[in-house]
Design a protein around this ligand. Structure first.
Ligand SMILES: C[C@](O)(CO)[C@H](O)COP(=O)(O)OP(=O)(O)OC[C@H]1O[C@@H](n2ccc(N)nc2=O)[C@H](O)[C@@H]1O
Ligand SMILES: Nc1ncnc2c1ncn2[C@@H]1O[C@H](COP(=O)(O)OP(=O)(O)OP(=O)(O)O)[C@@H](O)[C@H]1O
Length: 265
């Protein structure tokens, strides 16, 4: 890692093309079966490293208490460098789009790519920061299990466009999981691997059947009906634990992308 180096880091949002919860684990987390997909909605970070004493300074265009980047830095603590970050948030927060997880994963990948930490260390740290963070170390398209740390990266799905709609309230992921009742577990029409094959073969009927999110059973009824209305014509579902949802259709404002981050130095 060069001592005084500046980087432009772009980190992409994710959607869950399907998200099923299979059971509650002994550790209190839930076993998921999900197809993760990065999309072109993104945040931009200017990251500068200077000779220093292990401090990090983050400024952002939106107020964020307890920025996840501080959590990442605390797990690394390089004694001879200071880090300055200017964060331009465009991914709606608390929306199920993985905005914070994406910033964290991209930041870890930048640190590994530029020699401050090993990739092995980045892979060890990611799940400690958040369940979605391991996906964002590489990103693109992945079949995800476990808490979110069991990743099967697959050939990227490209050529799909979507709209992302963010109702004006956010949902706590913790509270959403706590509301899930066991009778809702394992009800997805297709497994994530089957839905992936449907996207690969552009089987629109199977895609419409398999695009699913268990959290739609516990969000406010008006939001569920809003999504159902789109689902009459397009594949549509909540992403993450919400409150954002996506509608897959030509002419959408965003598109699938094959990576979670990119860096210009
Ligand atoms: C809903 C998803 O976004 C789907 O991609 C993820 O499962 C959640 O990922 P995340 O926001 O990074 O979640 P974390 O910040 O790690 O966890 C927040 C809280 O959600 C619950 N949680 C999270 C992930 C998981 N597989 N099971 C859980 O029960 C736990 O109570 C946890 O304390
Ligand atoms: N860099 C960051 N970007 C966005 N949120 C952050 C960041 N750092 C900390 N947070 C906090 O994390 C919370 C969740 O943010 P995030 O955007 O990751 O939610 P999300 O889109 O629901 O993610 P996920 O899909 O992983 O649940 C935010 O409400 C915010 O308070």
């Amino acid at each position: 890692m060069g001592k005084n180096r500046s980087y432009l880091l772009r980190t992409y949002a994710k959607i869950n093309l399907c998200l099923d919860v299979l059971f509650k684990r002994p550790d209190g987390f839930h076993e998921i079966d999900s197809l993760f997909q990065n999309v072109s909605l993104h945040d931009d970070l200017e990251v500068r490293f200077v000779h220093g004493q292990g401090r990090i300074f983050v400024e952002s265009n939106v107020k964020i208490d307890g920025n996840i980047l501080l959590k990442v830095w605390d797990l690394i603590k390089p004694s001879e460098l200071d880090c300055y970050v200017r964060l331009e948030k465009k991914i709606p927060m608390g929306a199920g789009l993985g905005g914070g997880s994406s910033n964290a994963g991209g930041f870890l990948a930048l640190l590994a790519t530029h020699g401050l930490i090993s990739w092995e260390k980045a892979t060890q740290i990611a799940p400690l920061v958040g369940s979605d963070v391991p996906f964002f170390l590489c990103g693109g398209t992945a079949i995800v299990g476990g808490r979110g740390e069991q990743l099967s990266h697959v050939d990227p799905l490209l050529g799909y466009k979507l709209d992302v709609i963010k109702p004006d309230y956010s949902i706590s992921t913790k509270e959403a999981y706590a509301k899930l009742r066991p009778e809702l577990f394992g009800k997805a029409p297709l497994k994530a691997s089957q839905l992936y094959e449907a996207f690969k073969s552009r089987d629109w009927q199977a895609i419409k059947l398999g695009v699913y999110n268990v959290f739609e059973y516990i969000v406010p009824e008006e939001l569920r009906q809003e999504i159902e209305a789109f689902r009459k014509e397009y594949p549509a579902a909540l992403t993450g634990s919400g409150s954002a949802y996506f509608v897959l259709r030509d002419g959408g404002n965003y598109e699938f992308v094959h990576k979670a981050w990119e860096v210009e130095s």
